[in-house]
Design a protein around this ligand. Structure first.
Ligand SMILES: Cc1cc2nc3c(=O)[nH]c(=O)nc-3n(C[C@H](O)[C@H](O)[C@H](O)COP(=O)(O)OP(=O)(O)OC[C@H]3O[C@@H](n4cnc5c(N)ncnc54)[C@H](O)[C@@H]3O)c2cc1C
Length: 355
């Protein structure tokens, strides 16, 4: 779990966090929501299934330059994410990373209750759905009967490192996630074997060097091989069956397999939250406040659709500014909202922390 800021209060009676707005998704739309809500004095919790903020920008093209962000002739996906995080910082958002928003209930009080698959419960007055093309979901490797071992012995993410302490681990894959987790888990595992189908990696050079140092020091093993099957019973893994040119079929004993074969996007639980979706799995919105057909719930970014919609980051930024105002009107229906310029409005500058 990745909570990176202090919570602003947990209800003594039911142990639930209380906040103004829950933002589902930490892509560019979700991150800029925090800023726009913040200048309206609304606090936000942001939830994402990924282990880092940035959505598609951070996960799919962190090093690629984007050329159509106003004011930035060139900015990489990661740099844009970092800048959005910095801009959101004064408003102390609470991030819940590696958590899937799994339930949304409308309470009798009129507030909403959001639950995640990690047991987090948050009550809020309004919701911004910034879920993009859906939650990132790991690709399942084509290994026969792998599903029989999932959750018990096969894990596609590391949510709690302690689960892997003193275990015989096999990490599979050749990208950043496989190498990052190899490096982080090696010191606590009983043994760790990295398996990749070819000798080359698609990962940060620094991670490749660190992994090679671990191999040289004898702390981990690296096998160039294909995974052919799994051996074990009742969901408990005993060995992974490998094959390569040099050795043919062979096996290595193991308690847990961690395959990192990339991610796909699936709509997931958001599809069952009671919004109307169009045929393209997008949520039609009223563009005054980017409201969905559920009161107090707004949709922005790639998941929102309306006549003329452009699935671009710059459109998401505009949508977020209006959705934040929709949240404000939901939570404070009797308060008039005025437009302020950040260049000249001292109250806004105080909120941002520059005056
Ligand atoms: C290769 C590539 C290049 C691109 N280049 C450009 C470009 O040059 N210019 C441009 O404007 N756009 C570009 N785009 C598009 C741009 O990245 C998207 O428009 C933008 O990321 C949409 O932002 P978002 O916040 O709406 O959604 P996303 O970035 O998709 O973020 C949504 C987040 O919500 C999370 N989520 C969803 N459901 C749940 C749930 N139930 N629980 C927890 N978390 C959940 C997901 O894990 C994800 O992190 C590009 C896209 C790609 C793939």
């Amino acid at each position: 779990m990745g909570e990176v800021a202090a919570d602003e209060g947990v209800d003594g009676q039911n142990g639930r966090a209380q906040t103004d707005v829950v933002v589902i998704g930490a892509g560019p739309a979700g991150l800029f929501s925090v800023f726009q809500l913040g200048i309206l004095n609304l606090k936000a919790h942001v939830i994402d299934i990924l282990d880092r903020p940035g959505g598609q920008c951070a996960e799919l093209y962190p090093e690629k330059p984007i050329y159509d962000i106003p004011g930035f002739p060139e900015v990489t996906g990661q740099e844009l994410t970092d800048r959005l995080l910095k801009q959101a910082e004064p408003f102390e958002p609470v991030f819940h990373l590696q958590e899937l928003v799994s339930h949304l209930d409308h309470l009798e009080s009129g507030r909403y209750l959001i639950k995640t698959d990690m047991g987090t419960e948050i009550e809020c007055g309004a919701i911004i759905v910034a879920a993009g093309g859906g939650s990132f979901t790991p690709k399942r490797p084509p290994i026969p009967h792998i599903e029989d071992y999932e959750d018990q012995s096969v894990h596609y993410a590391v949510r709690r490192m302690e689960m892997f302490r003193d275990k015989r681990l096999v990490v599979a894959g050749g990208g950043d996630s496989a190498l990052d987790w190899t490096i982080h888990l090696a010191p606590i595992a009983r043994s760790l074997t990295l398996v990749h189908r070819r000798p080359g990696f698609r990962a940060a050079p620094d991670s490749i060097s660190k992994m090679e140092e671990l191999v040289e020091a004898g702390d981990i093993e690296f096998h160039v091989a294909n995974i052919k099957g799994l051996e074990g019973e009742h969901g408990r893994l005993d060995a992974v069956l490998l094959n390569n040119e040099e050795r043919g079929d062979y096996k290595i004993d193991c308690d847990m397999l961690l395959p990192f074969y990339g991610l796909t996007m699936k709509m997931g639980p958001v599809a069952s939250f009671g919004f109307t979706f169009d045929d393209d799995e997008k949520i039609p919105v009223d563009t005054e406040f980017f409201a969905t057909d559920r009161p107090g719930i707004f949709a922005v970014g790639d998941i929102a659709t309306y006549p003329g919609k452009l699935k671009l980051i710059l459109s998401a930024f505009h949508e977020v500014a209006l959705a934040a105002r929709g949240c404000f009107k939901t939570i404070h229906p009797d308060v008039e909202l005025k437009l302020g310029y950040t260049t000249s409005n001292k109250a806004l500058q105080k909120k941002i922390g520059v005056a």
